[in-house]
Design a protein. Structure first.
Length: 142
């Protein structure tokens, strides 16, 4: 009985520090994972214009003759609890062979330095964007 009591006492003495070490390891792993996610999301999109052009070629029903295209420089925004590079894009694409749909503002979201998705109707999110001409979008072909 005495040996069993001593064993419990030793276990009781070592159990809290061992649990603390195990939890510290988990916390450290969690922090490293959060840092890795942040680094992945904040990689600067080096080829953002080319990525946008490639995407818009397939995204638009008729990519020919886009008018009034303009684009902002990539900037970091907080989306989905993470910082991500985004670009504001404004354009007027054709809705059919003769008519235009009207000016559209879209938010282009990047992840790992590559185009991840496009958010339509982003006029509110892009209200403070500084646009510059993006004539390459107007020169797309099918």
């Amino acid at each position: 009985m005495m040996d069993e009591s001593r064993a419990r006492s030793r276990l009781g003495r070592w159990l809290p520090p061992l649990l603390a070490l195990a939890l510290a390891g988990c916390s450290s792993d969690f922090m490293r994972e959060q840092e890795r996610i942040e680094q992945v999301n904040t990689a600067y999109p080096q080829n953002y214009k080319a990525d946008i052009l490639a995407f818009m070629r397939v995204y638009l029903n008729n990519p020919v003759g886009v008018r009034d295209a303009s684009i902002s420089e990539p900037s970091l925004r907080t989306l989905d609890s993470f910082s991500r590079y985004t670009v504001c894009l404004r354009y007027n694409a054709r809705k059919n062979a003769t008519d235009y749909a009207g000016s559209r503002d879209s938010l282009v979201v990047f992840r790992e330095g590559r185009l991840d998705r496009i958010v339509d109707n982003a006029r509110g999110q892009c209200k403070d964007a500084v646009y510059q001409p993006f004539p390459e979008l107007g020169r797309l072909s099918r």
